[in-house]
Ligand binder design. Sequence first.
Ligand code: 5GP
Length: 180
Amino acid sequence: MSRPYVIDQMISAKSIAARIEALAHDIHAAFEGTDKLVVVGLLRGSFVFIADLVRELDLPVEVDFIEASSYGDGMESSREVRILKDLRGTIEGRDVLIVEDIVDTGHTLSHVTDYLRSRHPARLKTIALLDKPARREVDFRADWTGFEIPDAFVVGYGIDFAQRNRNLPYIGQVRFTDEA
Ligand code: 5GP
């Protein structure tokens, strides 16, 4: 049986949009002159972020997706990362930007980065909308981060709780209402 919860807004849709504009500016500067940037979204949590981000990028982009195992339907990171769905296209000799929703323990993005780096892209960079540095278990930092947040379980803007709440336009924190 699922526990009752409410969602407290943590980051507004307006703040997210403003931050993405600034991030796109920095990404543009880093990849200026690229003949093609392959923007790789980590499914499924990054799908809203990648959609907004690529529309702010004035660069020739290709969009691809990769899926790695993560929380499943629970609230705990799995640590052992498996690739569930691989890229469709080739990235050898290409510029690549990996787009993730949250860096938590760091296992997922660090694993996917190593996995894609072994295919010899030209330049490979990473961006995460959210970062929870207090939860880190491996030494990993994304090249760009949208917002640093405390150790809280968040949903919205593509991010789910047991497949729900992905459609919220903001980032919110889950608060269980059966707790004292
Ligand atoms: P990591 O491997 O860094 O521990 O975990 C990264 C993945 O865990 C993220 O891509 C995301 O799917 C999931 N995750 C981490 N924190 C949260 C959270 O607060 N809420 C949700 N829904 N998923 C999270």
